[in-house]
Design a protein around this ligand. Structure first.
Ligand code: GLA
Ligand code: ZN
Length: 677
């Protein structure tokens, strides 16, 4: 099972006509026609509607919505509706609401609010999914199932505690093994009965943050358990769908780089990945590219769906800026450039009330089509029609891999020491930014991914080293590839216990260094680092964490310039087999990170066509028929001109572009060049 079968990139999004009178539906569909909207996501929050009481199911309104959408020729991504539970359920079974980290029992009144371990919630959500699937499985317009919505958060109730103990028994088998894994001899934490184990909580003396305590073994495993508990919810709903719908693809909408859920552990259970793109600001082009690549990496490079994005503004933030003219289009094409095989919005028509009444929508409260947003949506719709099937199923021909690892993220950020100021995502973003600026096509993959096809593997803050990963990274270098890793890598094993060897543990051979000690400082402390030698040398700044490196065969590429370790290595390169193992021992500024990354990739032919044109993004996809699509995305507010490296046809305009001719991209402009064979 993989992606839904569609003739072109589906275009549309969340549509909630149950919120307004039926005479408006007709208008909606006329407007959808004019915007070339061909897919609607229905029923995401319909539980209270479709099951108004425990023993009453009522699909009459959803039937009409589905029938109307189908009659209008729209494809349907149909939700199970379990993203929020109804009031009657919370009243009849208080166990279904969550308990927070502070130990407070939540009351009814939110969404994404169900305890994943509650037997009642599990039984009734699965039953609803079963009935939705049974009812609509034979509706040909339905092309995909959408389970739940944005799984996330965590619950710390007694049912979850019991679930956690079961999960631990399954993982460790015996209390002896659990005690060993959690290193419980420390602080007299030894457990002699499973019942003594409780979830981490702010009610313990040593709580450290909104989801963790100084009891690191429990904290780490509870993060793993929570992710798995919600995965079980997804899995159970999917199984219920499968009883009547054996083949239609099933997904749930992810949230990109979202810490509480290990999407790599979920990925195999989804038929296709999908995600909701709500960047924090309009400076997020590189971050969005990274996130798209992460989502594409979930299913081994299989395209994903952009399940949601706002056509204009969001509503949930303190301040909700408007996407500038052209930006929604640009970001939509960016998603396609990185592997999206659907472009969908939240939402197609604005809610009239409640907390999202000011959230952007394709159709606003007045129902007009002569708005800027509607016009831009309609233009994009027409472009996607013109694109047709050209990009469907196309893959990214990446030879560079960036490793992303939720366990490392968790272990690093729940750790006491060396520094709470080092944030996993920031480290990953910096290394990704350097690759993005260089126009490198890359895959963002799990540490378990097959690395044998990559020339370069970048592993920032690879804190936890599991399984045979060190060996597989050595293999990359041995056959001539380059591996780059950084400070705080190779520190702990899968139980978050230090390796009884020099840092960076099993990465020591590959990197040819040992880290003797480390110094953490506040952000105001800068240690200058000199990169390179002689006339070519570049001075950059390093902050937060300074590892003191003693080369064990590695060449010194950069050195600290200040403090008692002035003159010692900050960046090294080790020859390993036919390739290299690079080590960056400190938090270099972006100039420094980019300098190092350019050195690392210099031996490999992976630069994009315009590595020195700032904010001109390029990305390649290769379609199943072998044709190469080069996406050029101008993230600047002014025009840019570049020479065409290869000729082809711009699929958005039909214009022919000759090799060497000038390609002009206006502000926020996009070119989709189908290159000549
Ligand atoms: C999320 C949800 C939607 C909606 C949007 C608003 O992605 O899935 O239901 O709330 O945010 O941005
Ligand atoms: Zn719970």
């Amino acid at each position: 099972m993989s992606l839904p079968v569609t003739a072109k990139v589906p275009f549309g999004g969340d549509y909630n006509p149950e919120q307004w009178p039926e005479d408006v539906w007709k208008q909606d569909h006329r407007l959808f026609d004019s915007a070339r909207i061909d897919l609607v996501t229905l029923g995401v929050f319909d539980w209270a509607l479709t099951q108004p009481a425990e023993d009453v199911y009522d699909f009459s309104l959803l039937d009409r919505i589905v029938e109307r959408a189908a009659a209008e020729g729209r494809g349907i991504c149909l939700a199970t509706g379990t993203g929020a539970h109804p009031a009657w359920l919370a009243t009849a079974y208080p166990e279904v609401t969550r308990t927070d980290f502070e130990g407070r029992k939540r009351r009814f009144g939110q969404r994404h609010n169900s305890c994943p371990s509650s037997p009642v919630y599990r039984r009734l959500s699965v039953e609803l999914a079963r009935r939705v699937a049974r009812r609509y499985a034979d509706t040909p317009a339905v092309v995909a199932w959408h389970v739940g919505n944005e799984y996330g958060g965590a619950c710390y109730c007694d049912l979850c505690a019991a679930g956690f103990r079961g999960w631990l028994r399954n993982r460790y088998g015996t209390l002896d093994d659990l005690n060993a894994a959690w290193y419980t001899t420390f602080w007299s934490h030894t457990f002699t009965d499973w019942e003594q184990i409780e979830p981490p909580s702010a009610l313990t003396e040593h709580w450290r943050g909104p989801d963790h305590t100084a009891f690191q073994g429990i904290t780490l495993d509870y993060l793993r358990f929570s992710s798995d508990a919600m995965l079980a919810n997804f899995h159970d709903e999917k199984a219920a769908i499968r009883e009547s719908s054996p083949t239609l693809p099933v997904t749930t909408n992810f949230m990109g780089m979202y810490r509480p859920i290990d999407y790599h552990r979920w990925a195999a259970h989804l038929d296709f990945a999908s995600w909701d793109n709500y960047p924090p600001d309009d400076e997020s082009a590189a971050r969005m590219a990274l996130t798209h690549d992460l989502m594409r990496g979930l299913k081994d490079g299989q395209p994903f769906w952009l399940m949601e994005q706002s056509p204009g503004v969001t509503a949930c933030r303190d301040v909700n800026p408007l996407k500038r003219p052209g930006v929604m289009r640009l970001w939509s094409w960016q998603a396609v450039a990185h592997g999206a095989d659907a472009v969908l919005f939240f939402q197609l028509r604005a809610c009239r009330g409640a907390s999202e009444k000011y959230h952007g929508a394709v159709i606003g409260h007045s129902g007009r089509s002569d708005t800027r947003v509607f016009r831009e949506v309609a233009e994009l719709g027409a472009e996607l029609v013109r694109l047709g099937s050209a990009s469907l199923g196309a893959r990214t021909p990446a030879r560079v891999a960036l490793l992303f690892d939720w366990d490392s993220w968790w272990a690093l950020e729940i750790s006491d020491g060396p520094s709470r100021l080092v944030r996993y995502q920031q480290v990953v973003l910096a290394y990704h930014r350097a690759l993005w600026d260089a126009g490198v096509d890359l895959d963002v993959v799990a540490v378990t991914a097959d690395l044998s096809g990559y020339d370069v593997v970048v592993a920032p803050a690879l804190h936890m080293l599991k399984g045979d990963l060190a060996q597989r990274l050595e293999d990359v270098a041995a056959r001539g590839g380059s591996v780059l890793t950084t400070y705080l890598s190779g520190r702990v094993d899968e139980n978050d216990q230090a390796f009884l060897m020099d840092v960076p543990g099993p990465l020591g051979q590959l990197t040819g260094v040992r880290v003797d000690e480390w110094d953490a400082r506040g952000p105001e402390v800068v240690n200058p680092v000199r990169l390179g030698h002689g006339a070519e040398a570049v001075d950059v700044e390093a902050r937060l964490l300074f590892e003191l490196v003693i080369p064990q065969g590695a060449q010194v590429v950069g050195t600290y310039q200040a403090d008692f370790y002035a003159g010692t290595p900050a960046v090294t390169r080790n020859s390993f087999g036919d390739g290299d193992g690079w080590y960056v021992a400190t938090d270099l500024d972006q100039t420094g990170v980019s300098w190092v990354v350019r050195q690392v990739i210099a031996r490999h032919d992976v630069l994009g066509p315009y590595p020195d044109v700032a904010d001109l993004e390029s990305a390649v996809r290769v379609a199943p028929d072998g044709s190469r699509l080069l996406f050029l995305l101008n993230h600047r507010a002014d025009a840019v001109e570049v020479p065409a490296r290869r000729g082809g046809v711009d699929l958005l305009t039909g214009d022919r572009i000759w090799t060497g001719s000038t390609v002009r991209l206006p502000a926020y402009g996009v070119v989709v060049l189908k290159e000549d064979w």
